[in-house]
Design a protein around this ligand. Structure first.
Ligand code: FAD
Length: 317
């Protein structure tokens, strides 16, 4: 059953993983008894795998998705971007995914690598990618597209961004996977606005578990400009690692430890505890908005993610 068909029947639930850079990381994710096999026990409808800028990790992305496909426990979904890709290259790669039985994709422009001003490829926006895939492959792929409830960081206005989202639907996209958004008032505003704009695509909400201070700040601010509600800021402040969570493990110019906080481990643990509770509350709030699915960034971890899934009651286990 395609993911689009699942949305017709009920809310979907899925994970996102990324292709590890090292062989040790790959073994941990894809090896026997590894994280993927553990995640299957939580009954996700699909697992998506990210795609690196310029296709730098294409081999490992395919390896991860190939395992999910062969294991047959849920649907593999590849992320795919325009960055550095020619039309011919896109066609070849997508044919290869199909040859491996992977027929679900998240069609993205892609994050521009540092210093780049454009995609460096033949296609410039996700709208063009959706159009191209439908032209070349017809209905062979189920196509998800990104939606940004706060507006994409580079969009000239939220209205323009919603217009481009509608264009993705008109070009043949099947459902939306959302960018991080902790601001629930903004999310509700956006949800109403897209429906008013004639966007009927199901909305699968992307949620990053709040487990690590530096990673949370980084994810919110390095690219996406996400609003952080006061409650989340309080959790960060109350567990602040001095001089900054980014100093952990670094050395000063004199060769000393840059981080002088005496309770790094204690603060990490209490941050994670409060973050898990925050994430579960966020899932409750989203489900109460009538969304179509929860897409949890598994961050290639099992234990903390399993706790969130079980305690939030997203699935019957
Ligand atoms: P687009 O929809 O193309 O929009 C990009 C910008 O251009 C926006 O500001 C939009 O308003 C504007 N725009 C869109 N169409 C037009 C047009 N026709 N003319 C003028 N302006 C236009 N990145 C990766 O590199 N790899 C990943 O695996 C990855 N996974 C992701 C998963 C999810 C769930 C999400 C939400 C994002 C992911 N990203 C990933 C990040 C994504 O690639 C970036 O957010 C990127 O900056 C924008 O991608 P997009 O598909 O939303 O772009």
């Amino acid at each position: 059953m395609s993911v689009a068909d699942i949305f017709e029947e009920r809310a979907a639930f899925s994970f996102e993983v990324f292709p590890p850079k090292t062989d040790v990381g790959m073994e941990k994710l894809c090896g026997a008894g590894g994280v993927l096999e553990q995640l299957y026990t939580l009954n996700p409808d699909y697992i998506s795998c990210t795609y690196g800028a310029g296709g730098t990790n294409v081999g490992k992305n395919l390896e991860v998705l190939d395992k999910i496909q062969k294991d047959g426990k849920c649907t593999p979904v590849t992320h795919f971007t325009c960055i550095g890709n020619t039309r011919e290259g896109i066609k070849e790669q997508l044919e290869n995914y199909l040859a491996h039985g992977i027929d679900h994709m998240l069609a993205l422009r892609g994050d521009l690598p540092f210093g780049w001003t454009g995609t460096g490829g033949d296609l410039h926006y996700a709208t063009e990618l959706v159009k191209f895939v439908r032209k070349e492959f017809g209905d062979k792929f189920t196509i998800a597209v990104a939606g940004s409830p706060e507006g994409h960081i580079a969009c000239r206005s939220l209205e323009a961004d919603i217009g481009f989202l509608k264009q993705k639907q008109d070009e043949g996209a099947d459902y939306i996977m959302t960018q991080l958004c902790w601001d629930m008032d903004q999310f509700k505003y956006w949800l109403e606005a897209i429906r008013n704009a004639g966007i009927w695509m199901p909305v699968d909400v992307g949620i990053m578990p709040i487990l690590d201070q530096a990673a949370t700040i980084n994810m919110a601010l390095s690219r996406n400009g996400c609003v952080m509600p006061r409650k989340l800021c309080e959790i960060i402040s109350k567990n602040w690692i001095f001089p900054s969570p980014f100093s952990v493990g670094l050395k000063t110019a004199k060769g000393d430890e840059a981080c002088f906080d005496a309770d790094i481990e204690g603060k990490k643990a209490s941050f994670k505890e409060a973050g898990i509770e925050y994430t579960i509350n966020q899932i409750d709030e989203y489900r109460a908005c009538g969304i179509d699915g929860i897409h949890l960034y598994a961050l290639n971890k099992y234990e903390d993610v399993a706790r969130i899934v079980k305690e939030s009651g997203i699935v019957d286990l």
